[in-house]
Write a protein that binds this ligand. Structure first.
Ligand SMILES: [Cu+2]
Length: 241
């Protein structure tokens, strides 16, 4: 192999390590900071600051004090100025960037940060998301919305998420072949509708299921359960793309 070819490969490898994958840009999601550095180490914080779209696997190995599999290690203490105020039944628009797609399941869910479990069911499920084999990503991969629960669902959220930091609205995406996990977390406080109001007696909003595929959109739900999420998270590969 000639020297110029070797240099070309070296340049390619260098480019790969700085390329991006994906994250949520709106609503404001948790960012790394001093508290995350204390829990997860400065190396991980620096990596995220250099590229906010990297998968959590890029931060492995992480110390036991780091909740890497919750919000890629980002913690509430660094994000108290970014807390959103949500109410039952509110429609929350999201914007994502996916510079490097990796096909796999995704969901948006309300997650209890103490237990890292979904409250109720996911608000939005993609059975197949960020499919790099498509000529272009469907528009709903980077612009979508979720409707927060009403009725009994809202009561459960209110019971679990009364205090900011107790819950996050989490975008979760797992690139199956890439073995890469992406999590962006939005901190919020939640207000259930006042007693006796229409919203309080409305039927729960069913989970919306969207497809990454061809026209039609709605498909049978993938149903990313907490158990499935855990299976996903057992992958510890550090492949970079
Ligand atoms: Cu990637």
């Amino acid at each position: 192999m000639g020297k110029s070819l070797l240099l070309a490969f070296a340049a390619l490898a260098a480019a790969a390590t700085v390329s991006a994958h994906g994250n949520i840009t709106s609503p404001p999601a948790r960012l790394p900071g001093a508290a995350m550095a204390k829990a997860c180490g400065q190396t991980g914080v620096t990596a995220v600051l250099q590229d906010g779209t990297i998968p959590l696997e890029n931060l492995l190995p992480s110390p036991a004090s780091c909740q890497l599999f919750l919000c890629r290690g980002a913690v509430f203490a660094d994000n108290t100025a970014r807390v959103q105020t949500f109410t039952a039944g509110q429609v929350i628009p999201f914007t994502a960037i996916i510079p490097i797609p990796h096909e796999g399941p995704a969901n948006v869910s309300i997650v209890n940060t103490a237990t890292n479990t979904i409250i109720g069911t996911p608000l939005l499920v993609f059975d197949s998301y960020a499919d790099e084999s498509l000529p272009a990503l469907p528009a709903n991969n980077t612009a979508f919305s979720v409707t927060l629960p009403t009725g009994a669902g809202a009561a459960a959220v209110a019971a679990n998420c009364a205090v900011a930091g107790a819950c996050v609205l989490q975008w979760f995406w797992f690139g199956t072949a890439a073995k890469q996990t992406y999590e962006s977390c939005v901190d919020f406080t939640f207000q259930a509708a006042a007693a006796g109001s229409a919203a309080n007696t409305a039927a729960p909003v069913p989970a919306v299921v969207q497809s990454n595929g061809a026209a039609g959109g709605v498909v049978q739900g993938f149903g990313v359960t907490p158990a499935k999420r855990w299976v996903n998270r057992r992958f510890a590969g550090r492949e970079r793309h």
